[in-house]
Design a protein around this ligand. Structure first.
Ligand code: PGA
Length: 254
């Protein structure tokens, strides 16, 4: 049985490097006490080396990447540069980047290829903007198909897909977490799209996690009834106590 993966997406927090290191130390202690869950910490890029230096058990993740390895790309960071400071995972296509930075499906696709070329594990974020009733919106399928275009089947096992309905992300107005049954339904739909692209075995083994207002109260239902392989946690990952509770529940979840 694969371990549940819990990813701490700190977004543009905290304000200072010293606070980032202090939080990372606490999270690493949590990870050390809970070997049955896999923990990834994704701090702002600037703090990656100092956070990486204190992580012994938790893995390091970045929140973005550029698709070229060198050249005149002001402000960007390459996959090789991330790898050189110990990054193993990378969040790609987060709805905040799609919305605020104009990240397109084509850019997401290039980033996925670049990451896989450097043995970094992409955490591909997909999700609809409007709450749905019944069928999972086609936008989710389109995001997946575009993001994974021309990715070899044999490489897909190194990918994590995060289903993150935008309306459920805690910073969205009137956000509410998805119902675990809806998250499960979305995961079935995502597997169907992947099966169509890459075959049933790849789709069956794909790690699909949930993100959107995850906390210590609702995580058990997402991992249990929702049958998610883990969670992408934003706000609650900045609170060591809350995050610790989430990780402990994930460690016990089968
Ligand atoms: P949230 O964020 O847990 O604060 O809703 C999740 C995310 O945006 O990755």
């Amino acid at each position: 049985m694969q371990k549940k993966i819990i990813i701490a997406n700190w977004k543009m927090n905290p304000a200072r490097a010293s606070d980032a290191v202090a939080l990372a130390k606490k999270i690493d202690r949590i990870a050390a006490g809970c070997p049955k869950a896999e923990i990834v910490v994704a701090p702002p890029a600037l703090f990656l080396p100092s956070v990486g230096a204190v992580l012994k058990k938790a893995q390091l993740g970045s929140q973005n990447v550029f698709w070229k390895n060198e050249g005149p790309y002001t402000g960007e960071v390459s996959p090789a540069q991330f790898a050189s400071v110990g990054v193993r995972y990378c969040i790609v296509g987060h709805s905040e980047r799609r919305f605020f930075l104009g990240e397109t499906d084509d850019m997401v696709n290039k980033k996925i290829h670049a990451l896989l070329d450097h043995d970094l594990t992409p955490i591909l974020c997909v999700g609809e903007r409007e709450r749905f009733n019944g069928e999972v919106p086609e936008t989710v399928g389109k995001q997946i198909a575009a993001a994974l275009a021309n990715v070899k089947k044999s490489r897909l096992k190194n990918l994590v897909i995060a289903y993150e309905p935008v309306w459920a992300i805690s910073t969205t107005r009137r956000a509410r977490p998805a119902h675990p049954d809806d998250a499960f339904r979305a995961s079935v739909y995502i597997r169907k799209i992947i099966a169509g692209m890459s075959g049933v075995p790849v789709a069956r083994d794909m790690r699909i996690i949930y993100g959107g207002s995850v906390n210590a109260k609702n995580i058990a239902a997402f991992l249990g009834d929702g049958r998610m392989a883990g969670a992408l946690v934003g706000s609650a990952s900045l609170d060591a106590k809350e995050f610790s509770a989430i990780v402990r529940i994930a460690g016990k979840s089968r």
